[in-house]
Ligand binder design. Sequence first.
Ligand SMILES: Nc1ncnc2c1ncn2[C@@H]1O[C@H](COP(=O)(O)OP(=O)(O)OP(=O)(O)O)[C@@H](O)[C@H]1O
Ligand SMILES: [Mg+2]
Length: 345
Amino acid sequence: MAVKDIVDALRDMTVDNMRLSELIKDIKLIGSTLEVVYRLPKKGLEDEIKQKTYKALEHVPDVKTVNIRFAEGVPEPPPAFGQPAFTRRQVEGVKHLIAVGSGKGGVGKSTVSVNLAVALLKQGYKVGLLDADIYGPSVPTLLGVKGERVHVDERNKLIPVEKYGLKVLSIGFLLPSEDTPVIWRGPMLMKALTQFLFDVNWGELDFLVLDLPPGTGDVQLTLAQNVHMTGAVIVTTPQDVALADVKKATSMFKEVNVPILGVVENMAYFVCPDSGKKYYVFGKGRVLEFARAYDLQILGSIPMDPEVAETSDKGVPVVISHPESEVSKAFLGIAKLLSEKILRR
Ligand SMILES: Nc1ncnc2c1ncn2[C@@H]1O[C@H](COP(=O)(O)OP(=O)(O)OP(=O)(O)O)[C@@H](O)[C@H]1O
Ligand SMILES: [Mg+2]
């Protein structure tokens, strides 16, 4: 019996509108003893979670004993109307922080972050890009600034690297080498990340685009709870599987009261270079359906274009290398819509 089957069984049981599987922080099967650590969404739900876990696993053959624990750090109860939910710190010098998130990896989050940042720059704004993807920082490659060393100023603040007029900082600059797996865990990781976020000399920025790690784990949650964000942009592809995860990401931001600024549909279609005809390779209309159901705005749909991958590998964002392409126009449209939406607020 694989742990995956156990997680599947827990997926069918909900507590407070959340699947038990979504609350798992850690799960181990040792012999026939299952150890689960849950994140507690709200105080007082402990018994219900326990009872429902036992019930969900009643007929799972290889589990004889279940030990349930709850992780520390129970979020405070929802704030009274008009009160902020958490004490969130503003990143110094930054007017608007836009987090780019996704439920799933590989949907083009970093590509969107980079091109969105450049597109905002092209509109005349002062823009920074912060790559907080500890599991796979790819911004240095996408912008051709791999191996750059960062320096600190007299106040001991990190000085971002400048490329194409963007101020760029990647957690990748601080990792010892590309091959070193990131093994930081828990509090140490959080401390490093928070420091990385706040101890930067950004100067004055209109927008700081934050490339989050994919998913909805502790890192994303901690950042969303501790950093003042103007809002989040969610990147998805039209496939069903990505959408299931994107729903989770949406719920996470909603749960911590980070406004969702909109959805970017990446790899939405392919334009045949010979006929100019659009092909909806991964299906059409599902992102729209999702956006309607969650009352979210679609900021734009980006076509699939082999140039994107090619120019990314060379460290030149497509918005710079092929400004007239359909992809670039999509990015510029998104940047315009987004900046107007934010500045109107
Ligand atoms: N619109 C597009 N057309 C063609 N290729 C694309 C497009 N968007 C992204 N890609 C390619 O898809 C791959 C994944 O993109 P990217 O690294 O931006 O995703 P990600 O969500 O940040 O992934 P990760 O989870 O690894 O951080 C890259 O090779 C990228 O060049
Ligand atoms: Mg990425």
